[in-house]
Design a protein around this ligand. Structure first.
Ligand SMILES: [Fe+2]
Length: 424
């Protein structure tokens, strides 16, 4: 059942009944006093029409027919180190996907209501966009050069324990058997904050990720993957990028409150050591792979980048810090019927890029610990606290939430929302 698309006017109001998935009984759904900014016990919902017009989707051109990964290779439970979890397999490639849930940034040290909430939401698939656990590895001995793999494994005991804690959580166990999960990594489950290609823990983290989710088809240089479901006219492709394994370091400012700034554009005549053109967000192999995936036929593509793509102002991690790669990516997905999803920021938001072809992005972060007003700044309202970003549409969402995408194949539209609900 596709729920009705709502108008932007409803966004700032508490609107539980209309936005709650039909047939589900959420607490406080009729409570007139709920308010999302001040009381997370009350249900609120922020909905924005993505207005993704799928009429353009038929422009997709098949250039190469690439071998499709086998859906059965996901969650085979063949060699799991986490026998507590029995993941439900991803849908068969012939199945039509109507409802997608997505989220990020879930600390195993905090309450985990969203595994239950998303289970009740009954998505066809759940996309986990990184920071699926928080398990930063411990510092390595200073003389650990070249890197000693045994020392790295030992240093990453906290990351393994983080996965162990999640695996033993009853809500995670319950969800694992009911919701097909398709996941990628961000920095804290890659073992170190703001991880890039020089992350010494990346291969150990990749192995733990593989074991936790029982994945058999990872590339050797990261965790990027794609799947396609549905017949012609209802074909959904989901592409999960890896923006960490091969990423160049961002240009640092020295100010921890505003840590990064863009590398110089290639047109710059100074700062030769930071030319954007020489920096990489994705490896050459991942770029080639991505181009091949985008040449496959799809009626709607969902592309997950753990870090934000369209954000044009933030000093925190995002694609804008490597301008040449951001431009390459946006040009590549233009006219590809692609919706971008991202996490990482611990705030949610909707982004638009209207530059010939509209590209839209939904940032959903986090499940367990968004940044409330006043957490780091002396401010108390969206106008004072939120980034002044012309690419963003609406205020940041600062309550814990997950994202939902409802696809109406018949009418060629999709509706996205950031949902905040209580389950007790
Ligand atoms: Fe995070």
């Amino acid at each position: 059942m596709i729920k009705p698309v709502k108008s932007d006017d409803e966004e700032v109001h508490d609107d539980g009944p209309a936005s709650a998935p039909s047939g589900h009984d959420y607490a406080s759904v009729n409570d007139p006093h709920r308010h999302r900014h001040y009381n997370s016990y009350f249900q609120a919902s922020v909905t924005l029409n993505i207005a993704l017009i799928l009429s353009s989707i038929f422009m997709s051109v098949l250039i190469h027919k690439m071998a499709r990964e086998s859906a059965s290779s996901e969650h085979s439970n063949e060699y799991s180190s986490f026998p507590e979890l029995r993941w439900r397999p991803l849908p068969d490639e012939k199945e039509v996907i109507h409802r997608v849930a997505f989220g990020s940034c879930s600390s195993q040290r905090m309450p985990q209501p969203y595994w239950d909430i998303v289970t009740v939401f009954e998505p066809d698939i759940l996309l986990l966009m990184g920071d699926n656990v928080y398990g930063d590895c411990e510092p390595l001995p200073s003389n650990n050069t070249p890197v000693d793999p045994i020392a790295v494994e030992k240093a990453c005991a906290p990351l393994e324990q983080a996965y162990r804690d999640m695996a033993n959580h009853p809500s995670v166990q319950g969800a694992a058997g009911r919701i097909p999960v398709f996941a990628t990594l961000d920095d804290h489950d890659y073992g170190i904050s703001d991880a890039n290609t020089f992350n010494p823990y990346k291969d150990v983290a990749r192995e733990l990720f593989r074991d936790f989710f029982n994945i058999n088809d990872l590339p050797i240089d990261g965790v990027y993957r794609s799947k396609t479901w549905g017949p012609t006219g209802q074909r959904l492709q989901v592409i999960l990028l890896d923006t960490r394994y091969s990423r160049s370091p961002f240009r640092t400012t020295g100010d921890p409150t505003m840590p990064f700034e863009p590398h110089q554009d290639e047109s710059s005549t100074n700062a030769n050591d930071t030319l954007s053109e020489s920096k990489r967000m994705l490896s050459d192999e991942q770029w080639t792979w991505l181009e091949a995936r985008l040449s496959e036929p799809a009626d709607l593509r969902v592309i997950v980048s753990s870090i934000q793509v369209l954000n044009s102002v933030t000093p925190f991690e995002c694609w804008r810090h490597i301008p040449a790669e951001q431009t390459r990516f946006i040009n590549l997905i233009r006219s590809k019927s692609a919706l971008l999803l991202s996490g990482d920021r611990h705030v949610g938001g909707f982004y638009w890029n209207e530059d010939g072809t509209i590209i839209q992005e939904v940032t959903a972060s986090s499940w367990t610990h968004t940044i409330p007003y006043g957490a780091f700044d002396n401010c108390s309202s969206a106008s004072e606290c939120d980034e002044n970003d012309p690419m963003r549409d609406g205020d940041f969402v600062r309550d814990n939430h997950f994202g939902s995408l409802e696809i109406d194949w018949e009418n060629h539209t999709a509706s996205g929302s950031l949902e905040e609900k209580r389950c007790w």
